[in-house]
Design a protein around this ligand. Structure first.
Ligand code: C5P
Length: 245
């Protein structure tokens, strides 16, 4: 990790470091794993390396397809260089199939088909259990302008098209995912990560989860599933090494 100065933030499964360049930051991907608003914690050995490589693949693809994002380059196995954005304090969830909290809220089984894509906004606040908010809450609380929200929605639909196609090609169904955005020099950039920690991926043939749900619901073979996603995307057969603490 070169020219890193101080740690700016520590999130779920990642650390963010400042660099000597104020416009850039270094993301360090950890094996540490959180679920259910931090109530369940654990480690998935090698996850940090896998997610770093999956994010490199995803952000490179999204850049090629015209989605502005924070990714600059991968530095090593666990670190990537990104643009230092001002994070917007809510997330966008995009859902193609009902699962997780939507399935619970609507009282339908996981896997229920949806007539159209569902878009949700949630605060990033564990204590508030990431409360769902709508556009009028966001603008009333001045979390973002109406124009920014429209741009985030438009980018989220585009990401959904690109990722759904990419995953279909490797026999994985994109059930839903969560995106985070940031402001950078007057532009909205896709930030954070796009990985099995933030997406629901189901094997198209077996409908087996290949994502954090394996950890959430103690389904076993968590690292194996993440590694399989990476392998199908890139052909990379990664031998994981445990994170140095
Ligand atoms: O739990 P829920 O069904 O609302 O999650 C929707 C999507 O958002 C899932 O892909 C899940 O992995 C992701 N998510 C996330 N971080 C959270 C909560 C959900 O990335 N804190």
């Amino acid at each position: 990790m070169s020219n890193i100065t101080t740690m700016i933030a520590e999130g779920r499964g990642k650390r963010l470091y400042a660099t000597e360049n104020p416009d850039e930051a270094v993301v360090y991907y950890r094996d540490e794993t959180f679920a259910f608003h931090g109530l369940k914690r654990g480690r998935i050995i090698g996850k940090g390396e896998i997610n770093n490589l999956i994010c490199e693949y995803m952000f490179t693809l999204l850049t090629e397809k015209g989605v502005p994002n924070h990714f600059i380059k991968r530095i090593d196995n666990r670190c990537s260089l990104v643009k230092r954005v001002e994070m917007i304090p809510f997330v966008v969830k995009v859902r193609n199939i009902a699962a997780g909290s939507l399935a619970r809220r609507m009282s339908v089984p996981d896997g229920t088909k949806l007539r159209n894509t569902v878009i949700e906004f949630n605060l990033k606040d564990d204590e508030l259990e990431d409360s769902m908010v709508n556009v009028t809450h966001i603008t009333a609380m001045q979390l973002a302008t109406p124009k920014e929200v429209r741009r985030m929605e438009q980018m989220s639909y585009l990401v959904n098209e690109i990722l759904s196609e990419c995953m279909r090609d490797i026999n994985i169904e994109l059930i839903d995912f969560r995106l985070e955005f940031g402001r950078y020099k007057g532009q909205i950039l896709l930030a954070d990560e796009v990985s099995p920690d933030t997406c629901r991926f189901w094997d198209a043939a077996t409908h087996e989860p290949m994502d954090l749900d394996r950890f959430r619901h103690d389904l076993g073979d968590v690292a194996e599933a993440y590694r399989d996603v990476l392998h199908r995307l890139t052909g990379n057969v990664l031998k994981n090494t445990e994170e140095e603490m």
